[in-house]
Write a protein that binds this ligand. Structure first.
Ligand SMILES: Cc1cc2nc3c(=O)[nH]c(=O)nc-3n(C[C@H](O)[C@H](O)[C@H](O)COP(=O)(O)O)c2cc1C
Length: 379
């Protein structure tokens, strides 16, 4: 892993090791991928002020996320089918995050279940909830997350209907999945991946399989899921969930100031400014361009987190400079997972940490709470 010096190295390695359908599932954005590209382009446009001869000998990347100490203002974002990038992917990523001292968030659409992960790690993790039409099932997921002592519930609010990813359809990553000869040949050329997935605890949606009656196989399960995203979801449901969940609630997927204002009144502990990594509304603004107005309007009322396009410690620094208290990483750690399992995720976190630390030094900053808009260069 030492020769992996940046997230792009992990990405290239993951591309070689992970079957194409799953690698491209992680890479892709919705439709023409305009928003996916804008997430990166708008981050890269932000230039940093180089400062010199400031004593930065005692720097620290330590911070608090939702009041809990964290070694870095970063959490691993919920990613569906994580266990298809590497067998037991959710457990391995959670272990890497916990060893690095940052939160891990498990997706509803994970391969390993809430219980699988809870049994395999020492500390609490976050659980991300998609509210299904079957509200009884949503309630049971909340209860299972509480029983597993999850330390926060991340309610994703930007997926009432699914944005289309062309590459998934072309690769047969549809729901239900298509087993095409092309895919089978591809898998045959990725033996290490195949072995890790074969050895993994599960091969299907772990949080759902066995919890819905009549769902015997992957196809019926996938069909059930695709019919379960709920276009009727509303702020009333957020109230209902806030009433059921005993711990901290995070609302993920907010891009508009008006929505952020309503979110701040729900009693949620935090919101995540996010466009789902460019996977939902194509044509939506980049996450980073949506961040400052939300921080200006509500930064004093609610903890504001950010995700979308973070591929380096410099990017993390940019988002902190624009007011995010912490960031979530999706693809950056997924590339690490595909490239090298737990060690790959650990390396992704280490790369981002080291880059953040050096960026702090070269901008004359020693502490995370000193990073604000003054570190951005006037253009
Ligand atoms: C492959 C993939 C699967 C995802 N699955 C979920 C999910 O199940 N739930 C969710 O809330 N967000 C999901 N997301 C969105 C991420 O949580 C996060 O918002 C996004 O990845 C951030 O952008 P980045 O990948 O550029 O860091 C997914 C993202 C990717 C790339």
């Amino acid at each position: 892993m030492r020769t992996m010096t940046c997230i792009e190295d992990l990405r290239q390695t993951a591309r070689r090791k992970v079957p194409r359908a799953f690698f491209e599932y992680a890479e892709a954005g919705a439709y023409a991928e305009e928003t996916l590209r804008a997430n990166r382009a708008d981050l890269e446009r932000i230039k940093l002020r180089q400062r010199i001869l400031v004593n930065v000998a005692s720097r620290s990347t330590k911070t608090a996320i939702l009041g809990e100490p964290a070694s870095l203002p970063l959490a691993l974002a919920p990613v569906g089918l994580c266990g298809m990038q590497h067998g037991d992917g959710e457990i391995l990523a959670c272990r890497a995050a916990q060893q690095a001292g940052i939160p891990f968030c498990l997706s509803t659409m994970s391969i390993c279940s809430i219980e699988d992960v809870a049994q395999s790690v020492d500390k609490p993790f976050w659980f991300q909830l998609y509210v299904m039409k079957d509200r009884g099932f949503a309630r049971s997921l909340i209860e299972r997350a509480a029983a597993a002592k999850c330390s926060a519930l991340v309610l994703t609010v930007d997926l009432q209907v699914l944005g289309q990813r062309h590459r998934d359809i072309k690769n047969g990553m549809t729901v239900p999945p298509e087993l095409r000869i092309k895919n089978l040949i591809d898998i045959a050329t990725k033996p290490a991946w195949a072995l890790s997935v074969l050895r993994g605890k599960r091969k299907t949606f772990g949080n759902i399989a066995g919890h819905i009656s009549g769902m015997q196989n992957v196809n019926s399960l996938a069909q059930w899921i695709s019919g379960q995203f709920d276009p009727a979801l509303s702020w009333k449901d957020v109230e209902w969930i806030a009433g059921l969940w005993p711990g901290k609630l995070i609302l993920k997927g907010i891009l508009d100031v008006e929505d952020a204002r309503i979110a701040a009144k729900t009693g949620a502990a935090a919101l995540v400014v996010s466009n789902h990594g460019g996977r939902q509304l194509d044509g939506a603004p980049s996450s980073i361009s949506a961040l400052p107005p939300i921080v200006d309007a509500l930064g004093a009322d609610i903890e504001i987190m950010f995700d979308g396009g973070i591929r380096s410690g410099q990017d993390l620094f940019r988002a902190l400079a624009l007011g995010a208290r912490a960031c979530l990483s999706g693809r950056a750690y997924i590339y690490g997972l595909g490239a090298g399992g737990q060690a790959g995720v650990a390396r992704a976190i280490e790369i981002i940490r080291n880059e953040l630390d050096v960026t702090m030094a070269l901008t004359g900053v020693s502490r995370i709470d000193e990073i604000d808009r003054h570190v951005i260069a006037a253009m």
